[in-house]
Design a protein around this ligand. Structure first.
Ligand SMILES: CC[C@@H](C(=O)O)C(=O)SCCNC(=O)CCNC(=O)[C@H](O)C(C)(C)COP(=O)(O)OP(=O)(O)OC[C@H]1O[C@@H](n2cnc3c(N)ncnc32)[C@H](O)[C@@H]1OP(=O)(O)O
Ligand SMILES: [Co+2]
Length: 134
């Protein structure tokens, strides 16, 4: 059911410093930062030949990455995002299989303008999973 790896997300305490690290030290192509107020984060995408890295900075109070950064003050891998052909069919199939879909259960529009959903990390070997409509 899952398809391509769309991105690996890394939550960071200082988005400017992390962007500089990827652009200037690792020599990667980086995007401009974009605030995602619906998601409580600011994103910077690193374009790699075979996938993307999503740098996540905290945006506003109640950001979903706030507690993660409290527990991991240097930052860390926060989630992985797989593409699915039909996000509603994927949600329904996973729910029947016992996986917990986070939030209200309806997809929201993500950083690429496509519907996304998140699955509880406790149901996927301690890894927060994002699904994005391909
Ligand atoms: C920009 C849009 C979009 C895109 O298009 O790419 C994005 O990527 S938005 C990214 C940010 N949004 C989200 O992460 C939304 C979904 N996340 C959540 O709803 C919450 O973050 C969470 C997963 C429910 C965690 O909530 P939190 O309050 O931080 O933690 P808890 O204390 O409730 O945690 C319970 C349990 O789970 C462990 N945990 C938490 N986060 C992670 C994680 N990222 N990876 C692995 N494990 C995680 C946490 O350690 C707790 O474990 P125990 O201590 O053993 O109970
Ligand atoms: Co993401």
């Amino acid at each position: 059911m899952i398809g391509r790896l769309n991105h690996v997300a890394i939550a960071v305490p200082d988005l400017g410093a992390a962007t500089s690290l990827y652009r200037d030290t690792l020599g990667a192509k980086v995007s401009a930062p974009v605030d995602q107020p619906e998601h409580g984060v600011t994103t910077v995408f690193i374009e790699l030949p075979n996938t993307k890295i999503e740098l996540l900075g905290q945006l506003g109070d109640g950001s979903p990455i706030a507690r993660f950064l409290e527990r991991n003050p240097d930052g860390g891998i926060h989630h992985i995002c797989y593409e699915v052909d039909d996000i509603l069919a994927a949600r329904d199939r996973l729910t029947v299989a016992g996986a917990r879909v986070l939030g209200p259960g309806e997809p929201r529009i993500g950083a690429h303008g496509k519907p996304v959903l998140f699955l509880h990390p406790k149901d996927f070997n301690g890894t927060l999973v994002e699904l994005e409509q391909a």
